[in-house]
Design a protein around this ligand. Structure first.
Ligand code: NDP
Length: 430
């Protein structure tokens, strides 16, 4: 992964830049001797001062929004949970506090983006597309720098030594991380910052930049591009609206911070999660009304399942089971586990609502939404379908990884749960 993931990203972006998003043509050119690797490389835009400036400003701006502006959204948005929130108990028994202000950062960034696009005109809204490959080099530099820094920090000045994990394998430690929750100062949390911003705030801006490029090239924005912007926009906004809930997800609760999260958030996410929009710049697909409506419905139903499943678990855990799921008191399995310091804790695994249908129905909803993004691009090329293939592998692997962890945590109680809810993703199938 350490070697191939950066090459995969380069290959995808290069094939759009040089081969109209065909994944096969570069291979044919290379295999037939029509082109050499050096020809492709020589045609690749290099790092520029302009891209370095844009990227530095971007990251510095997001750091500023994260560190210096306490959340004000929770004061006037009913139902939004922001401001200072607590994360889950770490294996060493620590409960970290987080400043949840991602929604605010997203809103400020987008207000400025639209203000520039419609009034100030300081830069073109196509700026991201126009510098896409030079920015890739910047994102890689940051991704590797932050992962390396996290590794060194884990060895020499960890935030919490008891929550560090050394496997003895240098590459594994570099990739999966040593420290659980590396921080600088009291509030700068690496996991929350790099997971949430700059990659996810950028996601919607990247799509907007692609839409602007379509407008510039073809004089119109296709309905497929609008669908990608809307469906992925809902997903991103959902992430920020529920940022406090995100503190309870596997990324924050169980993963250590290394290259997997650091480089992944800086490079993999912004470059590969936005492939549909990039593809649509090169191939402006105009969908028939029935297809567009079908894709929209698939995306919205997927989103609904994803959100409701996550919401049901969150509600259940927050109220310790004293809530209603689909109008009834939830059913659950009582379980217990030990933390690293030997303290015994009690927990509950719900078997009602979507959690009674399958053990990870939230992933199923996520996959339906992901498929909808890909379908907007039609069937001429395989490149936009990378996302659904990747998400299926990621979430299936994540499901197995999570279940392995839950089994180690809960032992025979987990077995009782899997006996009660026997399918992982799709009831009756898997
Ligand atoms: P979950 O939100 O499903 O959390 C899994 C954890 O929930 C388990 O480790 C266990 O933790 C607890 N749990 C499991 N079963 C139950 C139950 N029946 N009742 C109560 N608690 C239970 O997983 P993720 O954190 O991976 O995913 C969160 C969301 O993020 C998902 O919707 C996923 O699709 C999405 N996601 C998206 C990604 C992307 O790249 N777009 C990447 C990863 C995730 P405990 O130890 O507390 O018991």
């Amino acid at each position: 992964l350490l070697m191939f993931a950066p090459l995969i990203v380069y290959y995808f972006i290069m094939s759009c830049d040089q081969y109209q998003c065909s994944l096969i043509d570069p291979l044919i050119d290379l295999l037939t001797g029509n082109k050499h690797l050096s020809d492709i490389w020589n045609k690749t835009p290099m790092l520029t001062y302009r891209a370095a400036g844009i990227y530095t400003l971007w990251v510095a701006f997001q750091v500023g929004l994260y560190v210096f502006i306490p959340d004000f959204c929770h004061k006037f948005l009913p139902g939004y949970v922001g401001g200072i929130q607590e994360g889950a108990v770490t294996p060493a028994g620590v409960v970290n506090k987080y400043e949840i202000n991602g929604l605010q950062a997203w809103i400020i960034t987008h207000v400025l983006w639209f203000a520039n696009a419609y009034y100030f005109h300081c830069f073109s809204p196509t700026i991201i597309f126009d510098n896409w490959i030079p920015l890739l080099w910047c994102a890689n530099i940051l991704g590797y720098a932050v992962s390396t820094f996290a590794m060194i920090k884990g060895y020499f000045f960890p935030t919490n030594a008891e929550d560090c994990k050394f496997t003895g394998n240098f590459f594994y430690d570099y990739m999966m991380g040593i420290e659980f929750n590396p921080r600088i100062g009291k509030w700068f949390d690496f996991k929350l910052f790099f997971n949430g911003r700059p990659g996810i705030v950028a996601w919607t801006l990247i799509n907007l930049s692609y839409a602007a490029k379509q407008q510039e090239l073809y004089g119109q924005v296709t309905n497929s591009m609008i669908l990608v912007n809307v469906l992925q926009g809902i997903y991103v906004l959902d992430f920020f609206w529920n940022e406090a809930w995100y503190l309870k997800t596997i990324d924050i609760c169980h993963d250590h911070f290394g290259w997997y999260l650091g480089w992944g958030d800086c490079v993999w996410l912004p470059y590969l999660y936005t492939l549909q929009g990039l593809y649509l710049v090169y191939h402006p697909v105009q969908l028939g009304t029935a297809n567009a409506v079908g894709i929209l419905l698939l995306g919205l139903i997927g989103y609904y399942i994803f959100r409701m499943t996550n919401h049901q678990k969150d509600l259940f855990r927050r109220t310790n089971g004293n809530c209603k799921i689909w109008g009834k008191k939830p059913e659950y399995i009582e379980c217990s586990y030990m933390s690293g310091d030997g303290t015994k804790y009690h927990s509950k695994l719900m078997t009602s609502g979507f959690w009674g249908w399958a053990r990870h129905f939230n992933y199923t909803g996520d996959l339906m939404g992901s498929l909808a993004y890909c379908l907007t691009c039609g069937f001429d090329h395989i490149l936009p379908y990378f996302y659904i293939v990747y998400m299926t592998i990621l979430l299936t692997h994540r499901c197995i990884r999570d279940e392995h962890r839950c089994f180690s945590k809960y032992g025979k109680d987990w077995k009782r749960y899997t006996a009660a809810v026997s399918y992982r993703l799709v009831p009756g199938i898997f």
